[in-house]
Design a protein around this ligand. Structure first.
Ligand code: EPS
Length: 406
């Protein structure tokens, strides 16, 4: 799937650490641990997170691939230690001598990977499944996404997100705002989301969302929601129609669907466009080198006044902001008991509650940024490739000149 950027993550939720390795980042990109830590801390925020976030304060240690603040062009290795590890050292130990020191988990929680995962991997202790299926892993992808964002920022490409809906409460006046072509509006929404405990840019809706989360906490329930990721500054021409797997919308959807608990993805008007006549769905094309739209620079003077396509046509970026939305289901671990069956006794029981988050949509929104950044960075590198930042910058400049003369 990934052509230039290749990455893998490893690590259990309560293991010693999360690890990631990424290959394909060019040389001479400035990169510091604090660039990554900033994104890790954004992911940890959000009203409705559980007790775990009070224990963790994620820090990325760069182990390889960077020297004196610049990437080397070799694979980058990162480690994020789990501070909770000290409470799990024997339970999650890699040594055979510690076997049996943790209680065997035999009761699968509905909605998690527990039952299907245990059957698939032939585990009789469900902990062997839940430790890796946990959304703790998203810290690793957030770290990798931070590197992708750093690369994109060198080309004025910004990846932003905000929450548009939680537990059925839709943020007022937000949906489709980013469908306009003005980058200023998007930056404003993002700025307000950054200051909000639920990443909601609308103050009134924010209050309603906070109170619905508080209600869910009290009632032992959990809530899902929807977030929108917007990427500005992407030039015309990333992705391709030539093969299904190269379509930028397909690649973004794949990446977003790969986040734990994501059940749906939309690009631009998405499902809404299925309900509208064609004459209202298409973004008409205009031309002018010096109009109010800064997006024109990215497509040689061609621009749209609307952006219902979400910045992608025929699987290719159009130069307009890229807009994708993802729906997250409620977290399956509930204090309210759900019916399940013990894998040893085959008897029905009420699923036991373990510490968990009640709503993690704001965190998922930050993870959404990270995985989208990885896709855009990879597509960017596929188009403008090169081993060093110098080479890529030269290629990019030449391309902008070429489309300007189109
Ligand atoms: C998670 C359960 C909770 C979350 C965790 C994801 O962890 P714990 O079981 O330790 O309380 O806090 O998320 C993180 C640790 C994180 O960093 O996002 C789960 O089961 O998916």
């Amino acid at each position: 799937m990934f052509e230039k950027l290749k990455y893998l993550t490893s690590g259990e939720s309560h293991g010693k650490a999360l690890l990631c390795v990424m290959d394909g980042i060019p040389s001479n990109l400035s990169l510091a641990e604090k660039d990554i830590d900033m994104e890790l801390s954004r992911r940890q925020k959000g009203h409705g997170r559980g007790g775990r976030m009070k224990i963790e304060s994620d820090h990325a240690q760069i182990l390889s691939g960077v020297r004196w603040g610049k990437t080397l062009g070799s694979p980058i290795g990162i480690m994020i230690e789990n501070r909770d590890w000290k409470n799990w050292e024997t339970i999650m130990s890699c040594h055979g001598r510690d076997k049996g020191k943790g209680v065997q988990v035999t009761r699968p929680r509905p909605g998690h990977a527990d039952l299907a995962g245990a059957m698939k991997f032939s585990h009789r202790d469900i902990r062997n499944v839940l430790e890796r299926s946990s959304a703790r892993e998203t810290a690793a992808r957030t770290a990798l996404g931070a590197i992708a964002k750093k690369l994109l920022s060198e080309f004025d490409i910004k990846v932003m997100s905000y929450v548009t809906e939680v537990g059925g409460i839709e943020a007022q006046g937000i949906r489709y705002k980013a469908q306009g072509s003005e980058i200023k509006i998007i930056s404003e929404l993002f700025g307000r989301a950054e200051a909000s405990p639920v990443r909601c840019p609308d103050k009134k809706s924010e209050e309603r969302i906070i109170s619905i989360i508080d209600k869910a906490i009290k009632e032992g329930d959990s809530l899902g929601g929807v977030f929108e990721v917007v990427i500005t500054g992407v030039p015309v021409g990333l992705g391709s129609y030539s093969q299904w797997g190269s379509r930028l919308n397909a690649r973004l959807s794949y990446a977003l669907m790969g986040i734990q608990a994501i059940k749906g993805v939309e690009v631009g008007f998405g499902f809404e466009s299925a309900r509208m006549p064609g004459s209202e769905v298409m973004d008409e094309i205009f031309y002018g080198k010096r109009s109010a739209f800064s997006v024109q620079r990215l497509a040689g003077g061609f621009y749209r006044k609307t952006n219902k396509s979400g910045g992608i046509e025929g699987g290719i970026s159009t130069g307009m902001p890229i807009v994708v939305r993802a729906a997250m289901k409620p977290i399956p671990t509930l204090r309210k008991p759900l019916s399940s069956v013990d894998i040893e006794t085959k008897r029905r029981f009420d699923a036991a509650y373990e510490r968990s988050d009640v709503c993690a949509v704001p965190a998922a929104s930050v993870v959404g940024e990270a995985v989208a950044a990885l896709v855009i960075a990879d597509s960017f590198l596929c188009k403008f490739g090169g081993d060093s930042m110098e080479e890529i910058k030269r290629n990019y400049k030449g391309y902008l000149r070429q489309i300007n003369n189109f």
